[in-house]
Write a protein that binds this ligand. Structure first.
Ligand code: ADP
Ligand code: MG
Length: 393
């Protein structure tokens, strides 16, 4: 058993909380603040217990100096302050005098957010490469370390594993909740049904290989269905194809012909756009100049009838291009069916959770994970370094 934040006396202590504030940002505004909202339980608990709170997180990827401006956490400090109803101090640097003096001036009940941990990736990938000096330095700023960032728990970075190796540490409420909610998927209740969508098969080969052994049915929609359909010899027109995964799809279809369920119809259009006409058509009738951007009504019916039999459902990846209103229908109708069943329902993946939130279903499923890649690795049975590195009870 790992320690959690409840196992520490936080009074008057400098508590570093690694959060996952990796929120989508468009045109300088936060598009979806779910990850900030989900982090509040742990932060509020620390404040109520008189801690001096130091928050750390990454945001996006920093490959060069020019990536820094658009990935600053400043905007998160403002949103966090509105949600917490207390001022949130902000350190614009990730090491040095400004950061240290802000940390040293904290009083119990104060909150400080440090700039994006990945600013330390340029130069030298110190954060993502878990540079030992960086982890030791950040740890020197605090007295207790709490890991509440589930989205990066599958990575060993300086800001999680690095800090944890120098301080007494525990899990935050969000990581604990995610861990418990997703644990049921390691040994699922049957019939266990998986819904997979999204664009590329190659991103998810490990997941498919793992799940096809555990699931009673895997229903495949979204862009990745076309690589499977092509592997069966169907003409997919201009639909998205993941050529390098064709052989893999053929092998899966050969080995598990009854388990893998593919779309029977789709919404077809001539351009990747929301502003051109589209038609409902069977998957075998796509013209050479058409592409499928959503599953059709017969596929919704087929998937729904399988959902009726399920006791547990895991869903990753939207079933159509949900960013376009014309091609949200499949995802929306299957979500609507999903929440009407009595099964345990779990969504994992940035886009499917964003789609469910946009369409109003996020709070109706058993669990919507804040993790993307980590959820998939967890289900593959891999250990999570961000959790393993935390002190045992
Ligand atoms: P998740 O984040 O839930 O794991 P992915 O990132 O794998 O999902 O995939 C999401 C993307 O898949 C979305 O941007 C969506 O537009 C795309 N997608 C879904 N269906 C199709 C399709 N038929 N053609 C092209 N792209 C698709
Ligand atoms: Mg995604």
């Amino acid at each position: 058993m790992k320690k959690t934040i409840r196992d520490f006396d936080l009074n008057n202590k400098k508590v570093i909380i690694r959060c996952d504030f990796n929120v989508p940002i468009k045109d300088g505004a936060i598009v979806d603040d779910n990850r900030i909202v989900q982090s509040l339980t742990t932060i509020k608990y620390a404040l109520e217990h008189n801690a001096k709170v130091i928050l750390m997180s990454h945001l996006g990827r920093i490959k060069e100096e020019a990536d820094k401006e658009k990935n600053s956490l400043k905007i998160v400090s403002q949103r966090l302050s509105e949600l917490l109803l207390v001022p949130v101090k902000f350190s614009s640097t990730t090491h040095g005098a400004e950061l240290e003096s802000l940390v040293n001036s904290l009083k119990p009940g104060d909150v400080l957010l440090m700039e994006n941990t990945r600013f330390e990736d340029v130069p030298g990938k110190k954060e993502s490469g878990n540079d030992p000096e960086l982890g030791a330095y950040w740890a020197s700023l605090g007295e207790i370390f709490i890991n509440d960032a589930f989205g990066t728990a599958h990575r060993a970075h300086a800001s999680n594993v690095g800090i944890a190796s120098h301080l007494p540490s525990g899990l935050g409420f969000l990581v604990e909740k995610e861990y418990n909610a997703l644990s049921v998927l390691v040994e699922p209740t049957h019939p266990f049904v998986v819904i997979l969508g999204g664009s590329k098969v190659s991103d998810k080969i490990g997941v498919i290989e793992n799940l096809v052994k555990k699931a009673d049915k895997i229903m495949i929609g979204g862009g990745m269905a076309y690589t499977f359909l092509k592997a069966k010899g169907v003409n997919i027109g201009k639909s998205i194809l993941d050529e390098e995964s064709l052989e893999f799809c053929k092998k899966m279809l050969n080995e598990y012909p009854d388990r893998i369920v593919l779309p029977v119809d789709n919404l077809a259009t001539k351009e990747y756009s929301n502003d051109v006409p589209y038609r409902e058509v069977s998957v075998n009738e796509l013209a050479d100049d058409e592409m499928g951007l959503d599953i059709g009504p017969k596929t919704v019916e087929l998937f729904s009838s399988i959902l009726d039999t399920a006791k547990m459902v895991f869903w990753n990846g939207p079933l159509g291009v949900y960013e376009f209103s014309n091609f949200t229908k499949g995802t929306e109708q299957v979500l609507s069916k999903l929440v009407s069943t009595s099964a345990t329902t779990i969504l994992g993946g940035g886009d499917i959770v964003a789609a469910s939130s946009k369409l109003g279903y996020k709070d109706k499923v058993s669990h919507a994970s804040t993790g993307g890649g980590v959820t998939l690795e967890f289900m593959e049975g891999k250990e999570l370094p961000g959790v393993v590195s935390i002190s045992d009870k």
